[in-house]
Design a protein around this ligand. Structure first.
Ligand SMILES: [Zn+2]
Length: 102
């Protein structure tokens, strides 16, 4: 996989989220953090004693990793997949960054 460097040409830092659906699927490595949290759902089973009540249900969520490129600095070499992340696409469209192919 080709690598690129992100040059943040602005003075403000740029935070880039490594979205699971984009980053992890392209790179084949999940860099997300799995967290276990609780959601509350109505019990929709009419045969249940608690039907209609809101019950806690544990769920596993993935929180994606992110990284920052400080203002007027360059990132370390990154997989080309970074170009498909929405934060990078937005920053390119706004001409906030320059992509260096290595
Ligand atoms: Zn992931």
């Amino acid at each position: 996989m080709q690598q690129v460097i992100i040059h943040n040409t602005h003075t403000s830092p740029l935070t880039i989220s490594k979205l699971h659906k984009v980053w992890c699927e392209i790179t084949g490595t999940c860099s997300c953090t799995a967290i276990r949290t609780v959601t509350y759902d109505y019990d929709r089973n009419p045969a249940s004693k608690t039907a209609g009540e809101r019950l806690p249900r544990p769920i596993n969520r993935l929180v994606c990793d992110s990284f920052m490129v400080r203002g007027r600095t360059k990132s370390d070499p990154l997989p080309e997949a970074v170009l498909q992340l929405p934060d990078v696409e937005g920053a390119r469209a706004a001409r906030r960054i320059r992509i260096i192919r290595i």
